[in-house]
Design a protein around this ligand. Sequence first.
Ligand SMILES: Nc1ncnc2c1ncn2[C@@H]1O[C@H](COP(=O)(O)OP(=O)(O)OP(=O)(O)O)[C@@H](O)[C@H]1O
Ligand SMILES: N[C@@H](CCO)C(=O)O
Length: 350
Amino acid sequence: MITIRVPCSSANIGPGFDVVGLSLSIWLELQINIDRTITSSTHALNCRVTYEGEGAENVPLHAEHNLITRAALYVLKCHSQRIFPSETQVHIINMIPLGRGLGSSGAAVVAGVMLGNAVGELGLSRDRMMDYCLMIERHPDNVMAAMFGGFVGSYLKELDPVDMERKEIPLAEVLPEPAGGEDTGLRPPEPPLGIGHYIKFGWAKEIKAIAIIPQFEVSTATARSVLPKMYSREDLIFNLQRLAVLTTALTRSPPDADLIFQAMQDKVHQPYRKGLIPGLPDILASVTPISHPGLLGICLSGAGPTILALATHNFEAIAEEILVRFKHEGVTCDWKVLEPAYEGAQIVVS
Ligand SMILES: Nc1ncnc2c1ncn2[C@@H]1O[C@H](COP(=O)(O)OP(=O)(O)OP(=O)(O)O)[C@@H](O)[C@H]1O
Ligand SMILES: N[C@@H](CCO)C(=O)O
């Protein structure tokens, strides 16, 4: 059996829009068996998918439609393998809530690319697998944190015009749906080499992440559609100044709450997303290190609606305050205290 485990992630951490991500301790797991005794599978593309956990009611189980198997098939097709080996059995155990700002799609893409690499016996390095991930999820923050683990900063390389053309291919050509589609025999566009680069920052071990997870979804596509195309110089400088301080402030023990709280302010995405998340400005402004000792900083997790509060202690009181404020808006939530998932995505063959 092959087991692949990929952590959830929180992107942005305030000012680092599309730049930083923190992998956290909620996991997507794939349990994979290849049953070679079944030489002609009755399942689409030779792949039988079963599923439990978050999203079980809605996530498609057909290999042509499921994001994980579509990502795997993209990798396989780029290596002239048009279907899974018969019969590939993939059991998905997903504990990451979907569409909540905890990187469920990033984890699914990383897991899918690792699945393709494993069943196709392709021997791709993690860096090369990341190129495939970035062809599918075009912002690096979640997939980099999910793959490499911990608190990660990343950028996309400026590619030469030929490679740029290869990267700017419509997503539908990279991941056609249904993935089996009409088989033209053509290979999908292969990723250029080294699309993204990353660095792992340190993390002060006493800092935990409280995730307050509303029981409604905001799709990343919707949350990106409300953002402006242009920003003022003042707003960009505001974020750059804070991000430069934040990446080191979060490594220092003991953490400086005043410094971190200010360094987690943002003018690039959170103000524009308030219409999608009831109570957001009130929550971000009124839960502070002064009102709640132990709190270091607070932000929207990824594209939302989850709120991420970084803290050293007093977790329950901090979460309770945010739960009450959401409740005033008619929103109910779950909450969890999470640890960084330093090791990132893992694969075990047993
Ligand atoms: N385990 C999974 N299996 C199949 N598809 C999944 C899985 N997890 C996520 N997805 C797909 O990804 C979509 C959610 O992606 P979306 O980018 O909108 O939110 P997110 O990744 O949870 O949040 P964010 O990107 O803000 O951190 C789901 O609706 C589903 O289509
Ligand atoms: N940086 C991305 C993360 C969500 O996937 C965003 O905020 O839109």
